[in-house]
Every structure is written in C-alpha cells, then in structure tokens.
Ligand binder design. Structure first.
Ligand SMILES: [Zn+2]
Length: 448
C-alpha cells in the first residue's frame, strides 16, 4: 500500500496537469475565480447532502449561484466534538472506512485523536497544492532539498554521523531533527553546506534551532528558501532563520482535517488558497466577521468525507487590500491556535513540540494530554486516560519518548481527571513551568 501510494505521488504527466490547472486559478480575475469557487462549493455541498445522513434533510437542487447562501443558511458549524459524537451520520458509509480510502489521523495531543477518511484524489490534490506553493518560492521538482522535520532517520541512541538519510528518488536529504544538538551540530552543518540544497523544509522550531547552532559557531548557510509548517512561527525565530540561513521563509498553514490551506507568498503575505477549501472567519455567533474570529473551512477536494463548515479552533482575521504578488487569493493575518511553550531536553537544548507529537501518535487510549517541563531535564506527561489505558501504556509513553525524542530526559507520567484551559480559554499542550517560574522568556516565546 505504501509503495502504491508513493508510486501515485511520483511526478507524472497527470501531476503536472493538476499543478498547471491550479496555477491557472491563481492568475484569474476576481470574477473568473468566483465562478470556479462557486462551482467547487456547489459540488461539495451536493455530495455532503447525498452521502452524509447528517445533511440528508437539505434540498439538493439549488443552483450554483446560491451555494454560499445555502452553506450559511442550512449547514451548521461543526467541530471535532461534533464529529466524534456523530460518527454514523457525519462519516460516510456509517463510519466504516472503505479499503480504497486513505486514513488521516490527528495525534490527539490536545484532545481525543480524530480519524478522517480521504479519497485518493484528495491525496493527489494535496500534493499539487504543496507543489504550487513550492513554485511560489521558485522551487521545482528535481531541485535538491533538505528536510528537518519529524522523520525517523536515526535512533536517538545513535551518537555518530550520519544523522541523515539521502533519498535519491526525491533528491532529498532527510536530517534527524532529534540529533540537532551542540554535539552533532558541526557534522550536520557541514553536510548541509556540502549539499547546498535549493530549499529546506522544516518546523519553525527546528529551523530556529539550526539557526541558533549556526549563530553560536559564527557560521551561516546559504539556502534560498525555508518552507515551514505545522507550528506557529514567531518573529524572533524568523529573524534568526533569515539571518543565519539567508532564506526567504515560506510558511504554510494546513491541518489533518484539510479544510483550509494558507500559504505565504514571496512578499510574506499569507494567502488563503481559495480553490482548496471555502474558508470563513466567524464571530462567536457564527456570523462572518472582519475582526478576529474562528477559522471555519469547507473542503473542495475530499469528497470521500466532505467536511462542511468545520471549525478547527484556530483564530485569524482577514487582511484587506491586494498583495503586490497579484494573486487572486485573499490574505489573512498569521493564524494562532496551538499555544506552545519551548521546553528543553537533557542537554539543555530546545525540543521541537512537533517532534514530541510523534511520540503520541497511535495512542488511542488518551483523551487529552499535556507535556510540562517541571525542572532541568525533567518532564511531566499529564494524561487524561480513556478506558483501556493501563500501566503498560504508561511505560510505553516513557519508552517512546526516550527512543524518539530524548534518551536521557526524566519522564514521569501522571494521570489526571481533566486538563483545564488557561484563563484566556486556550489549551497549552506543551508548557514550560520550570522556565516560567525561573527566567523571563524573550518576547514572542510566550504567545499569551
Ligand atoms: Zn502575495
């Protein structure tokens, strides 16, 4: 199956054709594009009504031009809790995945894990949208790239290079972000310098860690673009990354539910890809607002499980005015949602929250979790367990963190009845109670 999926994702005349079609959209006039968008929304809504019992009472015979009105009048805003509570009516086929559908899953770090069924078509489209964004930064298939994300390239027990893997089919160097420490920095920097990649894919936190290691060595790399995603990026991070990597940062906002996709253009503006999903920003009463509000999205391409007016829990606001890049897609402010502190590992170096997330994948017995730094090289993992969470899972969490994240950090698992939100109503999955009590964090490091 994995091999089959990889073969599908390879560059083919079809994938080139899909990419070209998307590239035509961004250059359209507002009127031309509005027609394309209404037609995409119309298709999604009609599919949702036909396929999902939750919407079966809505009439299907409305015209394309009425799509937005029907969306707002007939479709309630839903969220993860709605999906979990209504699996039989909001999932296709009574909640049973068909063999030809792909399964997407969230890690359940800020709540219960969530499954999403995906069509093969939507998996291919996702790739095309990513490649369109790459093209905004001047990166094209076949150019050399490096990746500094959560890939399991080398076990944490490995202490000698290589801390990377060269994937020659994709011309991609996968670097182990778990090995991005003072002890290994020179080897990793030398390898990247020799490779001279045209782009680096990274989390903001891992690119920032690399930039810090370069700074402490008085070194610089020359990588034209850094494509970041999966975490909010802060101004102090972007500044150091630009300085030490010489890079234009091209940030991407997306999620496992795939109901919104926003990508930064070469002018640093975050464009909502309005041919990917229908994105709304709504106030507390669910009405569209020009002020800050909840991001709500409706898929255009995953007809296997059409999510309609799905609220992610992220907040943003529309930014008026055209962008100098001339693209037809509207602009939003940076998205805030995941509130994460920086925590450090056994050697005092920062640990990427995204890397930490990997340890919690497939932990189905957890309702909610939180990782807190409580002392130097000491973490407390707080778990709100679901039935079936046993001493075995408790030990497994400790082992997997040691294997995947940091072999020497002290990990204690503590069971809780609940993990409340902060006074501001936000939930922090990663919290540094030790640093917060002991030193002042630089501005931007503490999003609240
Ligand atoms: Zn732009």
């Amino acid at each position: 199956m994995l091999f089959g999926t990889r073969a599908l994702l390879r560059d083919t005349p079809w994938s080139q054709w899909r990419l070209r079609a998307l590239q035509r959209n961004e250059a359209m006039s507002h009127a031309e594009f509005a027609a394309v968008q209404a037609s995409l929304l119309h298709k999604t809504l009609r599919t949702a009504i036909a396929r999902l019992p939750f919407y079966a009472h809505i009439r299907r015979d409305f015209p394309v031009a009425a799509s937005v009105d029907v969306l707002r009048a007939e479709f309630p805003i839903i969220d993860k809790a709605t999906l979990l509570a209504n699996r039989r009516s909001l999932y296709p086929n009574g909640g049973v995945k068909q063999p030809w559908q792909a399964l997407g899953a969230t890690s359940g770090t800020t709540g219960a894990p969530l499954e999403v069924f995906r069509s093969v078509q939507s998996v291919l489209m996702e790739q095309a949208f990513v490649k369109r964004h790459w093209a905004w930064g001047g990166y094209h298939d076949g150019m050399v790239r490096a990746s500094l994300r959560g890939d399991l390239v080398a076990d944490t027990a490995v202490t000698k290079p290589p801390f990377w893997f060269w994937n020659r089919y994709n011309r991609q160097l996968l670097v182990s972000s778990r090995h991005l420490t003072e002890a290994n920095a020179d080897a990793i920097i030398d390898r990247l310098e020799a490779l001279a990649p045209a782009m680096l894919q990274a989390y903001p936190s891992t690119a920032f860690t690399l930039a810090g290691l370069l700074q402490r060595r008085g070194r610089r790399l020359h990588i034209a673009r850094v494509f970041t995603s999966s975490e909010p990026s802060y101004a102090h991070q972007r500044e150091l990354i630009r300085d030490r990597l010489g890079a234009t940062i091209m940030d991407l906002y997306g999620m496992a539910e795939r109901v919104a996709f926003a990508s930064a253009c070469e002018h640093g503006q975050l464009h909502v890809n309005a041919d990917y999903a229908y994105v709304e920003i709504v106030d507390g009463d669910g009405r569209p607002t020009d002020g800050e509000g909840d991001v709500v999205g409706t898929t255009f391409h995953n007809h296997a499980m059409p999510l309609v007016r799905y609220r992610m829990g992220d907040r943003s606001r529309w930014k008026p005015g055209p962008c100098p890049c001339g693209r037809v897609f509207p602009i939003i402010e940076g998205v805030s949602g995941k509130y994460l502190d920086a925590i450090t590992g056994s050697d005092g170096a920062p640990v990427s929250p995204s890397v930490l997330t990997f340890a919690f994948k497939r932990m189905d017995q957890i309702r909610k979790s939180q990782v807190a730094q409580v002392g130097p090289a000491s973490w407390e993992v707080r778990v709100v367990p679901l039935p079936g969470f046993t001493a075995f899972h408790q030990q497994y969490l400790i082992d997997i963190i040691h294997r995947m994240v940091d072999p020497h950090v002290l990990v204690k698992v503590v069971l809780r009845d609940d993990l409340p939100n902060t006074a501001a109503g936000k939930f922090r999955w990663v919290v540094n109670e030790y640093a917060n009590n002991n030193v002042l964090q630089p501005p931007g490091n503490r999003p609240e």
